[in-house]
Design a protein around this ligand. Structure first.
Ligand code: NAD
Length: 492
């Protein structure tokens, strides 16, 4: 790999995400040679720590993620880590960080390249971005880069997202801002583009003439766990649909980009989102349904989880229908669903093709069951792969047909080598490649769509709880799709 040069500054550097994902991902980049001699890391948070204690914590984070943390390679890597206690709300404090950054820049010959990673509560994003600029932390070197990486959530509706974006853009230009959506770092999500634009067989059928509907399912098996206080303020619509699902849907729906570059891909995703129908009140109410999990055996229902109010109306499940008003997709709905405490943990996309216009095997005296639809399934996780369902003759003397499957599954050996989303995304930030991040126009269209649904939901108290744990959600999710004479491909 090409060696990259940068100073990383992690705000929230002692947080869960940093230890669990970010430092192990940086270590993988180090092992693969993208980082070697010319990099340094400053961890900062409110906590008082010295470099040694911080390094010990980083070492533990490597060990916890399955690395040999006592190797020479690991200790060389860790020697690039430094700690600086810092309260992000204290403007005067930034000068300490500035000095530390300049010292390390000289020591490691970093050429002024800086990556500011905000891994903490979003309410601080605006202040930090502002102080980075006003307190002189951004490098002035003309040939150097200053990049800002921010975690989700990006606002809680369009207005707050816009406010946040306005605050960030006082200091950083759009192309310097990398909004993390870790689903975009997943192997099979990136493979959607290869599958579509690398195959005549796929892309020539990828429209409303041949595709009946597309289904996207992001299913979680666990309940709300320890994120309850955050989650209860957010709910599945904001936490999963506005970002991850909208991103996946726009990759599925977009036109072919002029070239495989971040600007071209983003332009097509934005165009797709612009033709997404934003629902009026009546359509929002019929096309989206919500759920909240009940109790089973000795497990509490959502309302009795720790840190959840007993009268919470937060949805832990969403299913909906999305419609694009454009030439490619008019009449072909995208059904999406996501939720907690469902039957299993997986992410998949099912592309359901139209049945042949004439079923010649269904002649009157035949016992044959009607031809099944062709289905192309993209398995995103836990196993990565594709499956294509076709109809074939049964292997016997009669003339019956049955669905068969052509399967491609990435084998276990290979999937061990698949980079973790955060490793890929950090590498993209180092390269300055924004392909797998959400741009502001994408974020804003997604919020405008989601806000309409939220607006309708906020008017009526839902009848919760309404689904059994380990099911695939409430009956309303079945009704939503059955009303259109269709069904979910993945069902129990
Ligand atoms: P966390 O609560 O574990 O860590 C927060 C960090 O911020 C800590 O290091 C804390 O010391 C620091 N901090 C808090 N207030 C501060 C202040 N005033 N000044 C300086 N430092 C301060 O949070 P986390 O789980 O690591 O999440 C970080 C971000 O990543 C959040 O935006 C979250 O939504 C997002 N995220 C987290 C996960 C995850 O798996 N943990 C997944 C996706 C997104």
């Amino acid at each position: 790999a090409t060696e990259r040069t940068a100073l990383f500054m992690f705000f929230g550097g002692t947080g869960d995400l940093a230890y669990r994902k970010l430092y192990p991902s940086l270590f993988n980049l180090y092992r693969k040679g993208s980082l070697r001699t010319h990099f340094a890391v400053i961890g900062t948070s409110r906590q008082t720590l010295d470099d040694d204690k911080f390094r010990a914590a980083v070492k533990k984070s490597l060990a916890d993620s399955g690395n040999r943390a006592d190797s020479k390679e690991a200790s060389d890597f860790i020697s690039h880590f430094y700690y600086q206690a810092h309260d992000v709300t204290d403007t005067a404090h930034y000068s300490v960080l500035k000095d530390a950054a300049e010292k390390l820049d000289k020591k490691y010959k970093l050429q002024g390249n800086r990556i500011f990673y905000l891994s903490m509560a979003p309410q601080f994003f605006g202040t930090i971005a502002q102080d980075l600029k006003t307190q002189g932390l951004m490098s002035k070197n003309k040939d150097a880069f200053n990049r800002l990486v921010i975690e989700k959530p990006f606002g809680r509706d369009f207005d707050s997202a816009k406010q946040l974006n306005d605050a960030l853009s006082k200091s950083f230009k759009e192309e310097q801002i990398f909004r993390i959506d870790h689903y975009l770092g997943k192997e099979m999500i990136q493979n959607i583009e290869a599958l579509r634009f690398g195959n005549t067989l796929v892309e020539s059928l990828w429209n409303n003439r041949y595709i009946d509907n597309i289904q996207v399912t992001l299913s979680e098996k666990l309940g709300v766990e320890e994120r309850a206080s955050y989650y209860d303020n957010s709910g599945a619509l904001r936490d999963m649909v506005q970002n991850h699902i909208m991103q996946i849907v726009s990759l599925l729906a977009m036109e072919q980009p002029v070239a495989f570059t971040d600007t071209d891909i983003r332009a097509e995703k934005v165009k797709a989102l612009r033709s997404l129908r934003v629902y009026n009140v009546a359509d929002a109410a019929t096309n989206f349904v919500r759920g909240q999990y009940g109790s089973i055996d000795n497990q509490p229902d959502y309302r009795h989880e720790d840190n959840v109010p007993v009268d919470s109306t937060t949805e832990t499940f969403v299913a909906g229908k999305l419609l694009f008003d454009n030439y490619r997709w008019s009449g072909t709905p995208f059904y999406v669903r996501t939720g907690k405490m469902l039957a299993d943990k997986f992410t998949r996309v099912d592309v359901v093709f139209k049945r042949p216009l004439v079923d010649i095997f269904a002649f009157p005296q035949s016992q044959n069951t009607p031809l099944a639809a062709n289905v192309l399934t993209i398995f995103v996780e836990p196993h990565a792969g594709f499956s294509l369902q076709l109809n074939a003759k049964t292997n016997d003397a009669t003339f019956s047909t049955e669905p068969i499957k052509l399967d491609y599954l990435v084998d276990a050996e290979k999937s061990k080598e698949t980079p973790e989303p955060y490793e890929r995304l950090l590498h993209d930030v180092l390269k300055g490649d924004g392909t797998n991040f959400s741009s502001w126009p994408e974020v804003s269209y997604a919020w405008k769509f989601v806000d309409q649904i939220r607006r309708v939901w906020d008017l009526q108290a839902p009848n919760f709880p309404n689904y059994t744990p380990h099911s695939m959600g409430p009956a309303a999710a079945e009704e939503l799709i059955q009303r259109d004479h269709r069904e979910w491909v993945y069902r129990l």
